[in-house]
Design a protein around this ligand. Sequence first.
Ligand SMILES: CC(C)(COP(=O)(O)OP(=O)(O)OC[C@H]1O[C@@H](n2cnc3c(N)ncnc32)[C@H](O)[C@@H]1OP(=O)(O)O)[C@@H](O)C(=O)NCCC(=O)NCCS
Length: 325
Amino acid sequence: MFGVEIKGIGISIPNKKLTNFDLEKIMDTSDEWIYQRTGIKDRYIVEDGISTSDLALQASREALRQAKEVKNIDYIIMATNSPDYIVPATSSVLQGKLGISAGTFDVFSGCTAFAYALIVASSMIKSGLAENILLVGAEAISKYLDWQDRTIAVLLGDGAGSFVLSRTEDKNTGILDHNVGSDGTKFDLIYIPAGGTKEPFSEKSLHEKRIYLKMQGREVFKNVVSLIPQEIKKLLNKNNLETNDINLYVFHQANIRIIEAIRDSLKIDSSRIFSNIEKYANTSSASIPIVFYEAFNKGLIKKGDLILFSAFGAGLTWANILWKL
Ligand SMILES: CC(C)(COP(=O)(O)OP(=O)(O)OC[C@H]1O[C@@H](n2cnc3c(N)ncnc32)[C@H](O)[C@@H]1OP(=O)(O)O)[C@@H](O)C(=O)NCCC(=O)NCCS
């Protein structure tokens, strides 16, 4: 058994900024409504012609530059819900653009995808199956939004974040434990109704806007705030840890009210949470690597710290990961 080290990190944020005031001009919403209910002020979206693999490429180049001593990447694993194509996997497109030889596959499990991919990549490295893995969470999710649907368009943004993960002899570095789950009976709380095999793309689905992401926000909120604190508590108890033994909680950035509800329920000290949802909105599977990157670059975490990654999203899926830096 080996440990897992984060050798490089990188992010990519698109150039085009959309503020809440910009959204007021295109739909019936307000800065006040959005900010009060979500904590979001701005989001960045890709311009025409830019796709998920372009964002992934930029973030990955930065992470690989930082991890310059890493010579071979065994796998490129991509977490995304907004692939360049339905087939092939976007990780293959990214591999072609990077020009490095590696095995590739995508993880496609809602906003939890990066966390799931981190668990998979870590187990491959820990077991000795792989030495170095490039893990990317990237989304051009704005392309799946109906910009007239205020119930979801105000919540999301585009972006990407990459980790270079490498084997280390110190087996107490990296993933220490985790818990995951899914409640597929609630698959339609966040979903794109048409375009898959259940309801193939058609003129009708286009006309009825069933090719765009739909969400029952209130139901998602209720489910998440009751479930996630219990699951985090279970993971901490199992590892004989108290809430404030964790140096930093790296939460999926969906809504500041959700993060605050989890914080209050678990009595987490606010100094142990870093959030950047105000700037980027919910970037789906890119949110965890982006928030980790910013926390790291602000000096909020250092080698030896205990991190708790916590994610939830479409499925409904969730994952909590206890990580030693
Ligand atoms: C989406 C969310 C912000 C909505 O907040 P809410 O307090 O539950 O609001 P509701 O959906 O009950 O809507 C309240 C009112 O605001 C209106 N409304 C909805 N979206 C609006 C918007 N963008 N701007 C202005 N008004 C809006 C609704 O139509 C409703 O009006 P009504 O009272 O006249 O019927 C909140 O439920 C949420 O964040 N849920 C979690 C979503 C999430 O994080 N999903 C991703 C998980 S990965």
